[in-house]
Ligand binder design. Structure first.
Ligand code: NAI
Ligand code: 15L
Length: 265
């Protein structure tokens, strides 16, 4: 691949993946609304607000692949979610359509299905049950990507990320955790597989207590290697376990279930 675009490169996950992407393409174009500093030799830095249509067109021009992590990543006011995750995503797909339809990895979220219970095992065909406006915006993103696939053939991996961070932080994340190494190997599979289509991919490691079934995407060749179980003793010893009937222990969305719908003021 010649040029791979990473949006959200200044964020938690973006900065963790940024250096790991070296070698996946000749140039990694890193972008965020936030300041990114100087790029490495293999990087091309472009600051960009996803809500700015013309700027997003320039951002996507010349790219053969897009890892789209940019946007609002937690519950927030609808106006902020709308600008980054709804308008911003539409801008990205229109820019992709005008620029040769580079394959896209869309960072969707487990909060599209947060109201399923933790004792349910989900496949990719279960209906959405978003747990807030943030989750709703990710449902919109998945639907938008699906429409661009059916109508124009634009390929996207709809990656419903669980909790991608260095290590799980609580009991829920023993189910939802995805290691950076497993995310990287997923990215490699997504951009290398001859035909991707527009699949939902559950973004979690090979956790003993996972809730999600990825058997429909075995054609990708992705085999996660990590397992959150190795952190169980540490979490049992350091993190208080919520009461069994507390929302964070009942629903897959965990604490997001309890977020209010924020007023616009
Ligand atoms: P983050 O909040 O740390 O990073 C998001 C980045 O997007 C930030 O650097 C922010 O400046 C940028 N951004 C926000 N609005 C923007 C706009 N209008 N234009 C351009 N850039 C904008 O989030 P994190 O944890 O790095 O997540 C990355 C992506 O993965 C997000 O889309 C999030 O929804 C998704 N995700 C992450 C999970 C995780 O465990 N880290 C779990 C599920 C989904
Ligand atoms: C998400 O969608 C968030 O972006 C991230 O910050 C984590 O909280 C994650 O879900 C999670 O559910 O753990």
């Amino acid at each position: 691949m010649k040029r791979l675009l990473l949006t959200g490169a200044a964020g938690g996950l973006g900065s963790a993946m940024r250096s790991r992407l070296k070698g996946l393409a000749e140039v990694i174009r890193v972008s965020d609304i936030a300041e990114l500093g100087a790029g490495a030799a293999h990087e091309d830095v472009m600051q960009c607000d996803l809500a700015d249509r013309a700027a997003v067109d320039r951002l996507v021009e010349g790219c053969d692949g897009i890892i789209h992590l940019g946007g609002i990543s937690v519950e927030d006011k609808f106006s902020r979610i709308m600008s980054a995750n709804i308008l911003g995503l539409h801008n990205l797909y229109e820019a992709a359509r005008a620029n040769g339809m580079p394959r896209i990895l869309f960072a969707s979220s487990n909060h599209t299905i947060g109201f399923y219970r933790q004792d349910e095992y989900l496949d990719h065909e279960m209906p959405f049950r978003p747990d807030g406006l943030y989750g709703v915006s990710k449902c919109f993103g998945e639907a938008l990507a699906r429409m661009y696939f059916e109508k124009f053939g634009q390929e996207t991996a709809l990656v419903r990320i669980g909790s991608c961070m260095e290590k799980p932080k609580n009991h829920r994340m023993l189910s939802t955790w995805m290691s950076y190494d497993d995310f990287l190997s997923m990215i490699q599979c997504i951009f290398q597989v001859p035909r991707l289509g527009c699949p939902v991919i559950w973004g979690c490691s090979d956790n003993d207590s996972r809730w999600w079934d990825n058997s429909h995407v075995s054609y990708l060749g992705w085999r996660p290697k990590d397992n959150a179980e190795r952190f169980r003793a540490e979490i049992d010893g350091t993190v208080p376990r919520p009461a069994v009937d507390h929302a964070t222990a009942v629903y897959q969305g965990g604490p997001f279930i309890l977020d209010p719908v924020f007023p616009e003021e």
